[in-house]
Design a protein around this ligand. Structure first.
Ligand code: THU
Length: 135
């Protein structure tokens, strides 16, 4: 799958966002090393705390289906579903990514409906705490 196709999956996932409180619609598409892809969207909750981000939904879907080897993730979001600048993964999602991915893992950050910039997990989470630290 091309990066552009992965970005397309992330954009499509925004449509299912359950975000009645923030109206921020976020989509993520996670590519496994074996070529499979898992999508996720943010799911909010009236109690706020149980809200889960699009990225973690995609990661947890994949892990629960037996996949733990990932090559990249595309993330896109916008108020009311309008893509107008980067919606970068929150700190919790960065740490969850680090559980399964190394520093060179690629993250495609949607900027507009047609463009994204590519960064690495190390860019977003330098000096990370990782599974190696607790071995
Ligand atoms: N959100 C994500 O889905 N991913 C992130 O990494 C940042 C925040 C969602 C959670 C919440 O539903 C909304 O965006 C506003 O915080």
């Amino acid at each position: 799958m091309t990066d552009k196709e992965l970005y397309g999956l992330a954009k499509a996932a925004m449509k299912n966002s359950y975000s009645p409180y923030s109206n921020c619609k976020v989509g993520a598409a996670l590519l496994c090393k074996n070529g499979k892809a898992f999508t996720g969207t943010n799911i909010e909750n009236a109690a706020f705390g149980p809200t889960i981000c699009a990225e973690r939904v995609a990661i947890f879907k994949a892990v629960s289906e037996g996949e733990k080897e990932f090559s990249k993730i595309a993330v896109v979001g916008g108020k009311g579903g309008i893509i107008n600048g980067i919606f970068a993964p929150c700190g919790v999602c960065r740490q969850v990514l680090r559980e399964f991915c190394k520093d060179d893992f690629e993250i495609l950050l949607g900027e507009t409906a047609d463009s994204y910039k590519t960064v690495t997990l190390k860019d977003l989470l330098p000096l990370s705490f990782s599974p190696e630290n607790v071995k």
